[in-house]
Design a protein around this ligand. Sequence first.
Ligand code: TGC
Ligand code: FAD
Length: 394
Amino acid sequence: MTTTAPARTTGPLRPLELLGADALLDADERDIAATVRRFVETRLAPEVGNWFESATLPKELAKEFGVLGMHLHGYGCAGTNAVSYGLACLELEAGDSGFRSFVSVQGSLSMFSIHRYGSDEQKEHWLPRLASGDAIGCFGLTEPDFGSNPGGMRTRARRDGSDWILTGTKMWITNGNLADVATVWAQTDEGVRGFVVPTDTPGFTANPIHRKLSLRASVTSELVLDNVRLPASAELPLARGLGAPLSCLNEARFGIVFGALGAARNSLETALDYAASREVFDRPLAAYQLTQEKLADMTLELGKGFLLALHLGRLKDESGVTPEQISLGKLNNVREALAIARECRTILGASGITLEYSPLRHANNLESVLTYEGTSEMHLLSIGRALTGHAAFR
Ligand code: TGC
Ligand code: FAD
């Protein structure tokens, strides 16, 4: 059989076009990505600089995203494949990591925890309204003294008759001040358990964390649980031990594997456009070899990251993906996205330090993405354990 090689292109091309990324997706996947991309470009991108500057994210956006819990089945969720969910995360994070974070926490942490571990009553009550954005959820695992090591958590749930009483503090909780419901993880006499806590329960307080330099278009909070009394029905009946919250993290980390590439792609497209129009020493910046080396190297890393994300997505859809495989993707793609966003900022010169251009905003955001959902060090150790059989966490 003979095949004809596609004609050589002399450009200009967008970075993922050069890779031929679209040819690896089916029609539904391309449609979902295009729909989310249009929403980001028309509704979110014009406002993101203002939201970042004023450190806000309007609560009303929840009803507009249209992708909350899209990869879950039933209860008003779309039931798409994992690759489609990943592509939606990529397009959202091309706008800002804060948008992807909102969707990750709502769909992969709050909704997934209830979907996987909840009772029928909890699912029927919360999932449809979380899917539509009529309710907002958050996920409280991290504590002030226990981030990388959540197994040390001090938040305690004790029984009082058939009720539970929760006491403790959760820290760095995305959407904490916007949330109607919090999934809270606590230590009990029988090990770690999860609880579905309506945020208007007496004793529950959310305090916003101010003066962030990163992920400013996202609400981050401290949750204080001061003798919060809950009925027995608030416990997630199927969640037993630390493995339950950690399994939710796999879902959110998977979204980040794709999502971080959105921040990188948008930074690179911004730098390409700038380099094309900016004249230095009487010629476009794009025409210099040093600039082209930067652009080519970044395009290569973006493309490799996309192939890795797609590989993990296909594995997840076909046979499942292990936590260590997700660690490979999260570690690489966030690390490379951050390097790309920083390098793009250099191409923009002084203009790159303002909110007029996205790369430095993306780089600042990616500092959080590098830390949350398992720091780079945790993912290195997770890969190290898989390779050697030795756990070097402690
Ligand atoms: P270890 O002894 O290894 O494990 C305890 C139990 O959990 C199981 N397990 C997992 N299960 C499912 N998925 C995973 N990824 C799992 N990792 C471990 C394990 O098999 C065991 O089960 P069992 O039945 O034998 O008891 O636990 P360890 O205490 O040694 O800790 C391991 C370590 C360090 C990898 C883990 O604690 C960890 O992942 N730390 C990082 C914490 C983290 O990522 N926190 C994220 C909080 S949420 C967030 O950041 C949201 S950001 C907003 C956004 O997403 O946009
Ligand atoms: P630490 O665990 O104190 O780590 C500090 C440094 O020590 C890191 O570099 C770490 O890698 C390193 N380190 C730790 N242990 C080891 C070791 N064994 N060997 C070598 N190095 C080590 N959490 C939630 O539960 N829900 C949320 O919604 C949420 N949203 C977040 C939003 C933002 C914007 C941020 C920044 C964080 C959020 N987090 C959330 C918390 C996040 O998951 C934690 O910040 C993260 O897990 C790291 O914990 P830590 O900040 O306490 O750092």
